[in-house]
Design a protein around this ligand. Structure first.
Ligand code: HDE
Length: 727
């Protein structure tokens, strides 16, 4: 049940929804045409006689069909599949030392935000769970205008220069001759490109890691990726990297699980976000910043302008400066989530750009893409894109203009309107670009400081826990295993040798390939053909880079809560009511969602004749929708479940996906029917890695406590080692 404060927010949200302009909701109204004429018959078109042809004259029919025919707009060329939510952001302490941006200095302000999460490669209707980068785009409606932080859930990118973006996207999208495969990077063209682009290697490590298959959009980190600038009231600037840290921790699913979810509920993430907000479990992130003083620009081994590099948190800590809470679902998917137009160039005074060539290219692309997608230059007037502060300028006309500009003048300078709208001095909030000194020759080249493509890929790999490393190996074997061209696979092995020899040889083994004794140096296409290669050797290291960086591993994330985790309680008629409800109540008290899953819908009759409502049947539920499973006692229920292949499969899958499993001692027979329990070592005692997260006890209260701790661990990946559980 949502608490008092949450209920208040939900009520206020309802009011906001009602008050906003452009909202329409028919409650007992009469249906009309778009010209406001009441419609008498919306079921029959106008005909010449009962069985005669439809008449052109039927303006009601024509209007309805014409509108329908034009309902689609082009989907985004990338990030087409997305889910959005409204919320608020508030800064903890004034950041005025670094920036003059009002939403980062005024601690009393609640700045409205709209967030859109997305996958990159798939079409609008594709699954939420491909292996992919997730977009994490935040629109801040600040009092000084809109600031868009258009980031991803990975802190680096595939390429260093925006001119390569169309190539990257053409390579990852379905192949051009047959439009296969949908929402997947596991195909020849993607890996062909990657194997020829050593600068992608660091990003590939992230993409092959579990970060690419999040458990929930609410459990992902977000990153601004580029280095930006903050600028304070004295026009002093520092560099900044933006981070979003989810308060629920960073968690993922297993790859086998992701593939099954894609079939059973392609809307898994969208549904999870929607339901969390509807139930008052508002997702929260802290905004983090890594601040680098202007004077330290050249202090690092990598270039701050290179988007294939992170600043390890050991070198520059992340300061958590504020919190974002998502507390309202959109009213209408198309009007809000589909029509929202983000742009990295939407900044407010106090935030500015750097010369990162990827960032610079993006500055062009985002308006350009909205022009085709939303059909003209007035897309900023669509309600979701409007700033909360007033807009005044001399821009006029264009398709679908909404504003009715009054008066005669639409130019500046003018005298007829007293010079309005007037310019603002910097002190009055007028945007001034940071006066960065640039003294250069025009050149189509990449800086030598961008040419170390492997050190941070190795840092990422070395920072992972053993199960995470294994998942990277498995992901590469899977992806490259789907590549038909052996030369591409082999070339990738060459790239992987640059990251870690053991990684390369494990992947090679899975692909039936050899790791060459003397791997060829990866081809680097960003070096001009007629250049002197010495000019492009990476610079020797300057500062000690850590061997590992703890925040890069999800094993080190927060694991102290089971809030919003979903737990299936498997039961049938004859279940012991106390054994079920004791655990259910304990889980719910800890903030989890506990659902009774049974062979049929409706109610089940407990052994004491009480009726227990069923949330899902084995037909509509699946193990992959839950974070943990509990089997209560009750001899008839246990007998039914133990003989039910779906129930046993439910448990086998949960074990295979390394989830916490608990059974009342009186239900151990159901576990005994599973594959894993039979095969577990004789020693089923605590401390055995394979038994971790499997709890059997006859004390429901004690069991609930242990179970809650186990669920908070998220997954017991160590179980995967023997690889002998089918599911
Ligand atoms: Fe984007 N990107 N991008 N991108 N991007 C788009 O803009 C582009 C890049 C990101 O939910 C497009 O409105 C170029 C990095 C997100 O609506 C387009 C380059 C990062 C979203 C575009 C990049 C992103 C987009 C397509 C290379 C992470 C979805 C639709 C320089 C920091 C926003 C649209 C939403 C969307 C171009 C690289 C994040 C075509 C040219 C790096 C989250 O304009």
């Amino acid at each position: 049940m949502p608490g008092k404060k949450t209920t208040k927010v939900l009520e206020e949200n309802k009011k906001i929804a009602e008050l906003s302009p452009n909202k329409e909701e028919s409650t007992g109204e009469i249906i009309t045409t778009n010209t406001g004429v009441k419609i008498n018959d919306d079921h029959n078109s106008l005909k010449a006689g009962e069985r005669g042809p439809t008449l052109m004259e039927d303006f009601i029919f024509r209007e309805k069909i014409t509108h329908f025919d034009h309902e689609r707009i082009p989907e985004r060329v990338v990030h087409a599949r997305g889910s959005g939510a409204h919320g608020v952001f508030q800064v903890y302490e004034s950041m005025e030392k670094y920036t003059k941006a009002g939403f980062l200095t005024d601690t009393s302000r609640e700045t409205p935000v709209f967030v859109r999460f997305s996958t990159v490669a798939g079409s609008r209707g594709s699954t939420d769970l491909p292996r992919d980068v997730r977009g994490f785009a935040v629109k801040f409606y600040t009092e000084e205008g809109i600031f868009d932080l258009v980031g991803n859930n990975m802190p680096v990118f595939f390429i260093q220069d925006a001119i390569k973006f169309p190539d990257l996207i053409h390579a990852v999208k379905p192949e051009q001759h047959n439009e296969i495969p949908q929402a997947a990077s596991a195909h020849d063209t993607f890996w062909d490109f990657i194997s020829l682009m050593p600068e992608s290697t660091h990003m590939i490590m992230w993409l092959m890691s579990d970060r690419a298959i999040p458990r929930s959009l609410r459990m992902m980190e977000g990153f601004g990726v580029h280095t930006f600038r903050l600028v304070n009231a004295n026009n002093e600037s520092c560099f900044v990297k933006f981070h979003w840290k989810p308060l629920l921790g960073v968690h993922s699913v297993a790859w086998d699980e992701a593939q099954k979810i894609s079939g059973k509920d392609p809307d898994f993430h969208r549904r999870d976000l929607w339901e969390a907000i509807e139930s008052g479990n508002f997702p929260e992130w802290e905004l983090g910043v890594q601040i680098v003083p202007e004077a330290d620009e050249h202090k690092f081994d990598f270039d701050l302008l290179d988007s294939t590099k992170i600043i390890p948190e050991e070198l520059v800590p992340v300061q958590r400066i504020g919190k974002m809470t998502l507390n309202r679902n959109p009213d209408n998917f198309f009007a809000e989530t589909e029509q929202v137009a983000f742009h990295i160039g939407h900044v407010v005074p106090g935030i500015d750009f750097t010369n990162d060539p990827l960032l610079q290219g993006r500055l062009f692309s985002y308006t350009d893409t909205q022009l085709i997608r939303l059909g003209g230059p007035n897309f900023q007037e669509i309600p979701i894109n409007r700033p909360i502060n007033p807009v005044h300028n001399n821009q006029r006309d264009g398709y679908m203009r909404q504003t009715i500009n009054r008066g005669r003048t639409a130019y500046s300078p003018n005298s007829l309107r007293g010079g309005d709208p007037a310019q603002a001095k910097a002190a009055e909030g007028g945007f001034t670009s940071y006066t960065e000194r640039i003294d250069a020759v025009k050149i189509r080249e990449r800086s030598r400081s961008f040419f170390d493509h492997f050190s941070q890929a190795t840092l990422f790999y070395n920072s992972q826990s053993d199960p995470e490393k294994q998942h990277i190996v498995d992901a590469l074997r899977f992806e490259l295993g789907k590549v038909d061209t052996v030369e591409i696979r082999q070339r990738m092995i060459g790239i992987l040798t640059q990251v870690d020899k053991d990684l390369a040889s494990q992947v090679a083994y899975g692909l039936g390939l050899e790791v060459p004794e003397e791997p060829e140096k990866p081809i680097n296409h960003s070096v001009p053909a007629d250049a002197d290669p010495a000019k492009y050797e990476p610079f020797p290291p300057k500062t000690p880079v850590p061997d590992i960086s703890a925040p890069l591993s999800m094993a080190n994330t927060v694991k102290d809560s089971i809030k919003t985790r979903k737990i299936a309680l498997l039961a049938a008629d004859g279940v012991d009511a106390a054994s079920l409800t004791t655990v259910k109540k304990a889980l719910e008290a800890a903030g989890a969602i506990a659902e009774v899953v049974a062979p049929h819908l409706g109610d089940i009759i407990a052994a004491d004749d009480t009726l227990i409502p069923v949330v899902k049947s084995f037909l509509t539920a699946a193990s992959v929708f839950y974070d943990a499973i509990y089997v209560p006692s009750g001899s008839n229920s246990v007998a039914t479940l133990e003989a039910d292949a779906d129930a046993v499969h439910f448990l086998n899958e949960a074990y295979r996906h390394c989830k916490a499993i608990a059974a009342h001692a009186g239900a151990v027979q159901v576990l005994e029917a599973t594959y894993f329990f039979k095969k577990l070592p004789e020693d089923k005692s605590e401390g055995s890695a394979l038994m971790e997260g499997v709890i059997v006890s006859d004390d429901a209260t004690g069991l609930a406590n242990t179970f809650i701790k186990a669920i908070a661990q998220h997954r017991f990946w160590e179980r995967e080692k023997p690889r002998r559980v089918p599911a």
